[in-house]
Every structure is written in C-alpha cells, then in structure tokens.
Design a protein around this ligand. Structure first.
Ligand code: T1G
Ligand code: NAD
Length: 693
C-alpha cells in the first residue's frame, strides 16, 4: 500500500502520510507524496488539498536512517517545490509534532493550521545539519529574520499557540478529530475563495545577523552546525529565493559530510537503543503505583520530586522530624521551580505536596510502597542496616533499590532475605533534572525486577542504561580512571587550570577540577580514604588534592577550592592554589601541551571504558556513550567516548597508551578489548551493531 493515501470528497482532496512510527519522509514517502500532489493537480474534481499525518503526529522529518547513504530521488526540496508550485491551494493540517522536513513540507504548503498541543520545530542542528528542504529560506519569509534564526539555531520547537502568534501558522484548530477539523477548515477556505500562495514568493526579509553570529561563534566550543545554519538563514536576506535555496543545499551538504553529523546521529540512535536489551525483551514489569524513598537529602529529595512530577505518589522516610521537614522543604522548592518554568501549575503543585507526598520517620510507613529507593549516606554499614529494616517492612514482591554511587549492590542485597528483588538505581544530581539513570543489575536480581526498573525509567522520562556491579558502575568507574590521569599530569607539572582549559576546548562543559569544586573536595577525600586499603604500591596519590582539603578549600561551598569564588561565581584562578599544588608535588618538571593533555585524558577514558565493556559491566559501547553524554557533560557532537575513539582510531589510542606506558606501565595497561579490536582493525561500533540498527 502507498504510504500516502489520496481521498476525495466535496472537492477536497485529503493526502494522508502514513509511515509508522513517525511518518518519516523516506524515499517511498517522498515519491508517493510527489505522486499524490500530481494527482491532485490533475484531478478536475478537486479544488483544494489537505496534507495530514496518520497516527499520533504530522511528520517527524527526514528518515534519519537514510543519512550517510547515497541520496535517492525524488529529493525533498523537489517534492516541496511541487507542492508550492501547484496552482490550486494545498494546506497543511498539523497535529502532534511537525519536525524538520515535516515542518518544511508545511512551509511549502499555501496555508497552515495546527491542532492545540502541537509542537513545531526545525531540530536539524541537534543532528549536526541544517534544514535542507527550504526551511532556512521559507521560515524567515514567514516569521521574520530574528525569530527564524532563533528557532533554527536552537532547534527548539514552538507550541501551536506561539506559532500562531509568530505567523508560522494561519489558524489554530479545535477538538481532537484532526480529519474533521481539516475538512471543515478546507471547506471554509474554499468558501473564502483562497488561492495558492507560495511562501517562496514572499519578499525577502531584511536585517543583519552578524552580532548573533559573533556571539554564537564565541560560545560554540567547536560545534559547527548552529553557526552554519545561521549563515544559511542570513543568505535569505541577500540572495533571491532560488539562489538562497542553492546556498542552503551547499551548506547542508557540507554539514552532512562532517564527523559531527555522524556523532550526533549516533547519539540519537544510541539513546533509543539503551532500553533495548534481550534480557528484558517480553518480560512483564511489576506494577508500580507508589514509591518509597529512604533519605531525603540532595538525592532522595530529587528522586521524590521526579516521581511526583511523573504522577507517582511518594512516601519519604527520614531519620527525624527535622530532617523530614527539610526534605519536604527541598521538594517544595524543586516543585516551585517547576511551576516557575511553566512545567507545572500551582494547583497541581499543592495537590502533589498535600496529597501525593507523605513524609515520615517511621519505616512502617513504607509498607504500601511497590518500589523503595534508598538514598542515605554512602556507607556500606548504614546501607546494610537500612536494607535489613526494609526487608522487615516492605511487602512481598516490592522492589528494593539503592542509589549508591560506588558500593557493591550484591553486598547490600545479601543482608535481605530477597536478593532477587534488589537492584541499583543510580540517579544523577539533580535527580529531577538529569535524565540519566544507571540501572545496576546485581548477581541475583530477577529479570522482572530489571524490567520494572526500565519501565520506571520510562515513566520518569529518564534515559536508562544497564550496568553491572563494580566499584562505580559505568560512569563513576571510568571517571575515577581518567581523573587519575589528570591528577598524574598535575603531579608531573601541569596546572589544573591548563587541564580544565584544554578539556573545555575539547568540548566538555567543565574541566575535572571545576567538577571537583562543584562536588566538594571532601567527597574525593572520603573516597580516597575508603579506597586507601586497596591501594597498589605504585598508585600515585594526588597529594595536592589532600593539601587543598586540609587547607579547608572544599570547593564552591567554602568559596574556595581549586578556584576562588569569593567575588566571582564562576571562579577565578588563584595563585594560592598554585602555591599549594607546587608544594605538594615532588617532581614537577614536565610541561604538557593542550594536545597532550587531551590525548592522555581521552586515552585513559577510552581504555577504562574498553575494560568496562570487556568485563560486561556495560552491555555495549553505545551504553558507555549514553552515560557520558547525559551524566558527564561529554560533547554531544563527538557522539560519546567510544564513538569518538572509533573516529580517532583505536590503533592510535593503543599507540598513545603504549607511549605513555614508557613512563608508567602500572597505570597505562592497555585493556584487552582495546588491543583485540585495534589488532583486528575493528571498531567499537562493530560491537553495537549486534543489537541495534
Ligand atoms: N527518522 C527515522 N527514524 C526515526 C525518526 C526519523 N526522523 N524519528 C524517530 N525515529 C524512530 C526512532 O528511532 C524510534 O525507533 C521510533 O522512530 C520512535 O521514536 C530535510 C534533514 C518524532 C518527537 O530530528 O524527535 O528532517 O527505537 O522513540 O518519543 O531538513 O522521534 O522504535 O526502532 O523517539 O514518540 C528531523 C527526530 C530530521 C525528529 C517522536 N527530525 N525524532 O518521539 O518516539 S532531519 C527529527 C524525534 C530533517 C530536513 C532534514 C522523535 C519524535 P525505534 P521515539 P517519540
Ligand atoms: P545527603 O547527605 O544529602 O543525604 C542523605 C540523607 O539520608 C540525609 O538527609 C540523612 O538524614 C538521611 N539518612 C541517613 N541515614 C538514614 C536512615 N537510616 N534512614 C533515613 N534517612 C537517613 O546525601 P546525598 O548526596 O543525597 O547522597 C545519598 C546517596 O546517593 C549516597 O549513596 C550517594 O553516594 C548517592 N548519590 C549521590 C549523588 C550526588 O551527586 N550527591 C549522585 C548519585 C548518587
């Protein structure tokens, strides 16, 4: 059956794009749409055409899985030109979502209507490209230069209401019967005697984007698509429509060929692949109607907020009334911020606080909970004591989860009579904002408990990644390793500021020492104390970090850490820090270029990541990528550390590690999986393909 249906009645032709799940504009859809438009043009009984999407949305854009393959006729710009050039009026009736090429189809139509709740956007820059079917030329003609530039360079969608205000659509529909609304509007237009009205013939917009360009360039940290997209929009002011279209195509092709495009598309599919695991395929999750949270500090309050926002009632247990009150205050403040951001209305907030949230000090209050998440202090002793108490009060079949950052989930499960019900749910801070959730599957965790954790993640709007039990799971384990590589460079003579700068220039949001200041230097100190007993004689301790800790420089919370925050919230470099660091290191004779800093940092990251995959802690390399993109500020356009490593070359990383091992063959030991893949000339991507497209 054709993916575009044609139906005629009362002089109205309805062209329905039907290509589940998102009506993407694959080659077959483009060809069928072009045919349907020709048929309408030739159909003497049809006076107006409506383009609609079947199912839950209009059109989700170009078919991303075709990117990187040779382009197949007809091209989308040609199909849209045929719509625009049709002498009889064609209207778009948009519901659900119109994204990328989907919105560009609508821009090529002569009139546009959207149903309430619709999102309209040009998200191409988030995939490393730009709107390549006329979006950069038609949108500014409809909504003005500035508004178009903002929409295209941010990739952020607009609501139907905002689109009406902006002039992007002509009419806001009503009700939820899209076809009926479409037919009724088309009939009205016919009565009004409307004619075809090509967007491309609207006068070119005027204005200047050079200030915006300079600002974007300064903030881009190496990302190319947004600035290039801006250049395409700017072309609409100085070139004819036809020449502007040609310029858009030229810039589009340029971006299509960049590694950044490949990185961003990898990220898109990787995020959707993490929940696809053979071990939970077809397994029914347990039902979750009520959550229990134990500990209402930073994490517990954030987790409770996240659950409440998703409509799950929460019972939160703290040590005493004062702590329970503080937890409630934190949650109230989190919800107030959500109200301020327009994510929640004030009445609903009141109901969540008064009805859906129960705070208590007695563990018996947890008895009705279907899933309990422990977020108490990071201490095995405390956690085991809490789990023994949970075992006594939780109902049979309840899932018992721990939010530990590093500790052994098997050892926590072992104090209960039901280790099959125990799992790790490692949220990231702030838990109601960060999307990543590491799901730590312990030795005895039952498959339906794992399936329940993935179902919960979906309900909370999180991106779940399966991890196995080890110190730090996927993210924190790899972090500890490359952090150590950075510390070694400081011990050998690099300034922490030089390292932070080089890492930011690579594209990370923050350097490792800025991250330390944010987390608190006491956290790192406590971790080192905890691990001191397992230290190898050749491990090199970061003596400078201890020195800062002992000097009371704990980071942002004490206004001083690696940086000085006393009169600058962003932090200033501080000669006192450099003096403390200098005193604390024995041999500081080496100099490091930015390039070497990045090489060492990334080699350590990829090497430990290869061990994490080789040991089965991460299911596939793509799972590591998603953890780093969403939990550690890894630059999205580089696709994640494993994708980046494939691009850089696994043989080159191995050569780097062997070079660094000449000075320190204890720290720099190549991971067996890295050696194996590099020797075969294979990539990490080859290990992803087994389970994903
Ligand atoms: N192409 C191919 N597959 C797609 C796709 C697309 N555009 N969008 C989604 N899928 C797959 C996805 O991988 C998943 O597959 C399934 O559909 C459901 O997706 C010329 C260059 C539309 C808001 O960037 O933002 O147009 O995992 O889980 O949460 O200028 O999908 O089930 O096998 O995300 O309901 C611009 C990308 C393209 C939109 C729906 N378009 N998609 O969200 O479902 S570039 C986009 C989305 C372009 C022109 C150009 C979302 C959605 P599987 P899902 P959802
Ligand atoms: P926190 O100190 O802010 O909060 C811990 C809370 O637990 C305190 O409010 C304390 O009163 C309460 N508590 C302690 N013992 C209790 C008990 N027996 N019963 C009930 N409540 C008890 O700590 P946090 O930062 O929220 O960390 C909690 C857990 O989450 C730790 O395991 C930590 O490793 C993990 N974690 C923290 C982060 C982070 O960035 N802060 C991120 C991920 C995971």
């Amino acid at each position: 059956m054709s993916p575009v249906r044609y139906a005629l009645s009362d002089r109205i032709a309805v062209l329905t794009v039907d290509n589940p799940p998102v009506n993407a504009l694959s080659q077959a859809v483009r060809a069928a749409l072009a045919d349907a438009v020709s048929r309408f043009a030739a159909d003497e009984d049809a006076e107006i055409a409506v383009i609609l999407g079947a199912g839950r949305l209009f059109i989700g854009g170009a078919d991303i899985s075709e990117f990187g393959k040779p382009p197949a006729d007809p091209w989308l710009p040609e199909v849209i030109a045929a719509i625009e050039d049709c002498p009889k009026p064609i209207v778009a009736v948009i519901h659900g979502t119109a994204l990328g090429g989907g919105l560009e189809v609508a821009l090529g139509c002569h009139w546009r209507m959207a149903m309430p709740g619709t999102k309209l956007g040009l998200p191409e820059v988030t995939l490393g490209i730009l709107p390549g079917a006329g979006g950069t030329q038609r949108l500014p003609r409809l909504v003005g230069l500035q508004a178009a530039a903002e929409m295209i360079t941010s990739g952020r969608p607009m609501t139907a209401e905002a689109a009406l205000d902006a002039g992007l659509i002509d009419h806001l529909g009503q009700g939820d019967d899209v076809l009926a609304a479409a037919r009724s509007w088309a009939a009205d237009l016919l009565t009004q005697g409307v004619v075809a009205r090509p967007t491309g013939r609207i006068a070119a917009p005027s204005g200047d984007l050079s200030d915006m360009r300079a600002e974007m360039q300064a903030k881009s940290r190496g990302e190319v698509a947004p600035v290039t997209a801006l250049d395409a929009v700017a072309a609409s002011t100085s070139l004819s429509f036809a020449d502007g279209m040609a310029e858009e195509r030229r810039l589009f092709r340029e971006l299509m060929d960049t590694p950044q495009r490949a990185g961003l598309i990898h990220a898109f599919f990787a995020e959707r692949a993490t929940a696809k695991l053979p071990e939970i395929a077809g397994i029914a999750p347990r039902e979750i109607d009520r959550l229990g949270v134990i500990g209402g500090g930073t994490m517990g309050a954030g987790i409770a907020t996240s659950a409440l926002l998703a409509g799950l009632p929460v019972v939160l247990v703290e040590r005493d009334e004062a702590a329970a009150g503080r937890a409630r205050d934190t949650i109230a403040a989190n919800l107030a911020a959500a109200v301020k951001r327009g994510k929640l209305d004030a009445d609903r907030r009141d109901t969540l606080l008064d009805v859906s949230l129960v705070t208590a000090t007695d563990y018996d209050a947890l008895a009705p909970a279907d899933l309990l998440i422990e977020a108490v202090f990071e201490s095995m002793e405390v956690k085991q004591e809490v789990f023994a108490r949970l075992d006594a009060v939780a109902r049979p079949g309840a899932v018992l989860a721990t939010n530990t950052s590093y500790l052994d989930v098997d050892a926590i499960a072992a104090v209960t009579s039901r280790p099959q019900d125990v799992i790790g749910l490692h949220f990231f801070s702030p838990a109601h904002i960060m999307k990543l959730l590491e799901i730590v599957v312990a030795r005895d965790t039952a498959p339906d408990v794992t399936a329940t954790a993935f179902a919960l993640a979906r309900r909370l709007g999180k991106i779940p990644v399966r991890a196995g039990v080890c110190d730090g799971f996927i993210g924190n384990r790899i972090l500890s390793h490359y952090r150590t590589a950075a510390d070694h460079m400081v011990l050998d003579g690099a300034s922490p500021y030089a390292i932070d700068r080089a890492i930011r220039d690579f594209g990370f949001a923050m350097g490792p020492y800025q991250v330390s200041d944010l987390a608190g230097l006491d956290i790192g100190f406590a971790t080192r104390q905890r691990k001191a007993a397992d230290a190898h004689p050749r491990d090199r301790a970061p003596t400078f970090a201890d020195a800062l800790y002992h000097a009371g420089r704990l980071g942002r919370k004490t206004k001083r850490g690696y940086y000085d925050y006393s009169d600058d919230p962003k932090g200033r470099e501080d000669p006192e820090t450099l003096r403390l660091v200098q005193e604390a290191r024995a041999d500081a004779s080496r100099e490091f270029t930015d390039e070497e800093i990045v090489r060492r940092y990334m080699a350590a990251m990829v090497n430990e990541a290869a061990r994490v995959v080789g040991d089965g802690i991460a299911s596939r390399p793509l799972d590591v990528d998603v953890v780093f993109l969403h939990g550690y500020g890894f630059p999205r356009w580089r696709g994640g550390p494993m994708h980046w490593a494939d691009t850089y070359g696994l043989d080159r990383i191995l050569a780097d590690i062997r070079e660094f091992a000449r000075d320190d063959d204890h720290f720099w030991q190549p991971a067996p999986l890295l050696t194996e893949l590099a020797d075969k000339g294979a990539t990490f991507e080859s290990l992803n393909r087994k389970d994903t497209k």
